[in-house]
Write a protein that binds this ligand. Structure first.
Ligand SMILES: Cc1ncc(COP(=O)(O)O)c(C=O)c1O
Length: 488
């Protein structure tokens, strides 16, 4: 992109000044280069544009540009125009960058009322063993492009390109309600659905409407850190309870309910995060009975419902206790995380409260993306896509398990997950896990920190390794490097 914006120059030209106009223009441009606003390689406005902006004759600009080129400040880029020279000696750029860094250091040092957030990590790995993402490379981009085109046309035709319903696109709310009724037994109509930017925002909104500072919220001792972060941000008092291979320990939940006034429980019953196990039906029923008895809400985060490889998946808890459950889902695994589409299913009164939160946060979602997703669902494209990638993922899951067995025999154990897109690796000796975590990045591998899943010190750390986003060959290489990192 050459000149996407019209350049606004701070310096004004003073026709009454003794300094000739073309000299004033030269000073103005040098000033912008020195203060780091015009970076090396930046295209300058055409002489015609700048002449209009400064209200001077175009020849004056041409003269100024020629002079600056002769001085080495600017360079001609052939027919494409004039750029700031890329070979400038110590201009103001370095100083300007330093000032910028200083400014952010001052922000951190000043008394802002936020905790020091972990800085976002620059990508330093070449293979990411993620926590269970889909493979975006398998997604038919053209199909999405067509859906967008048709969504834009339809929204324009129906005059829906303006501010709209904070609960989301009516087309998508309807399409999701239909999908949930037919596929998951969740009895929802459009009025029960609020569209969100990913299930992450779904959990955030659910926490905002449910939790007041000091409220007790139960989570598992191994769980999804970002949900705990949200709950803590709302002021929740976190009560961790244990879990085993059948899911959350319901006896401990009951004990907590007798000792505290519990407001909610956060669960991932379909494929427990991070351990992948399914919460067994008897425990689901007992939990819902406790929820009724002690009047707490269940936040059911069903973040990757659609990929299940063995047996018939269990229906969501929301399908048999819609009045007690705030059900959070996502199209991130079904379609793409980059679309940022999630949803919440709840009683209409709760959906209204959620919509009020959306109004405060970002007013509404992206109508075009939501309409495009609705089209893909309604046209059966989503079903076809899932059927196709599920076969690829089933094969990758098998291959991943074979490589893990081969590389980690005697070092770590795992069960092949019935569903979801990740394995949970339990180490016989945590020192091997520590070595992996200390060395992985140095070997070009990203894995989620094992400490990030833990909410109670007695929980045993492990590795959650996604198998779907990498080809079999990439996964083999990743696991091989992890094994090398684990070596004493
Ligand atoms: C347990 C869990 N919940 C929520 C999310 C958020 O996903 P998204 O916001 O993309 O729907 C994730 C992401 O992987 C997750 O693992």
């Amino acid at each position: 992109m050459l000149r996407p914006w019209k350049m606004m120059l701070a310096e004004r030209i003073d026709p009454a000044s003794d300094t000739p106009l073309y000299m004033q223009i030269i000073h103005a441009l040098i000033h912008e280069i020195q203060r780091g606003r015009l970076l090396p390689g930046t295209f300058l406005p055409s002489s015609r544009e700048l002449a209009t902006a400064f209200r001077v004759n175009r020849k004056t600009i041409v003269l100024a540009y020629e002079d600056l080129i002769a001085q080495g400040w600017l360079a001609s880029s052939g027919t494409r125009g004039t750029i700031v020279a890329t070979s400038l000696p110590d201009t103001g750029v370095q100083r300007a960058q330093k000032r910028l860094r200083q400014a952010s250091a001052n922000v951190a040092a000043a008394e802002y009322p936020f905790k020091d957030a972990a800085s976002l990590q620059a990508r330093t790995w070449d293979l990411k063993l993620d926590e269970g993402s889909p493979d975006g490379r398998l997604f038919p981009a053209d199909m999405l492009g067509r859906a967008y085109r048709s969504a834009v046309r339809r929204a324009a035709r129906e005059n829906r390109l303006l501010y709209g319903d904070p609960r989301g696109s009516p087309l998508l709310r309807e399409a999701i309600a239909t999908m949930l009724r037919t596929q998951r037994g969740v009895m929802a109509n459009a009025e029960n659905v609020c569209i969100t930017r990913g299930s992450q925002m779904g959990v955030y909104l659910a926490a905002r409407v449910l939790v007041r500072p000091g409220d007790a919220v139960i989570v598992e001792s191994l769980t999804y850190q970002a949900a705990v972060g949200v709950l803590e941000d709302c002021g929740a008092k976190i009560l961790p309870v244990g879990l085993d291979k059948h899911g959350v320990n319901v006896d401990e939940v009951e004990k907590m309910c007798r000792a505290h006034r519990v407001r909610a429980i956060f669960l991932t019953p379909h494929h427990q995060f991070p351990t992948t196990v399914a919460l067994q039906p008897d425990r689901r029923l007992r939990l819902l009975n406790l929820a009724r008895q002690f009047a707490f809400a269940v936040i059911e985060d069903d973040y990757d419902h659609e990929f299940h490889f063995e047996s018939q998946p269990l229906l969501p808890m929301a399908s048999y206790a819609p009045e007690r459950v705030i059900y959070v889902g996502s199209l991130s695994k079904l379609l793409l995380p980059a679309l940022r589409i999630g949803y919440i299913v709840a009683p209409p009164k709760v959906v209204d409260a959620l919509a009020q939160q959306v109004m405060l946060l970002d007013s509404m979602g992206n109508t075009l993306t939501e309409d495009a997703a609705a089209e893909l669902i309604e046209a059966g494209e989503v079903r076809r896509h899932v059927r196709k990638v599920a076969q690829v993922y089933a094969q990758r899951r098998k291959a991943f398990a074979a490589t893990l067995s081969e590389q980690f025999a005697g070092l770590a154990d795992f069960d092949i997950p019935d569903g979801g897109l990740a394995f949970w690796l339990r180490f016989r000796n945590l020192k091997a896990l520590d070595r992996i975590e200390a060395r992985a990045l140095g070997l070009g591998i990203w894995v989620a920190p094992s400490s990030s899943f833990i909410t109670r010190p007695d929980a045993t750390r492990g590795l959650r390794l996604g198998f779907a986003s990498l080809t079999e060959q990439e996964a083999r290489e990743g696991i091989r490097r992890l094994r090398a990192a684990a070596a004493a």
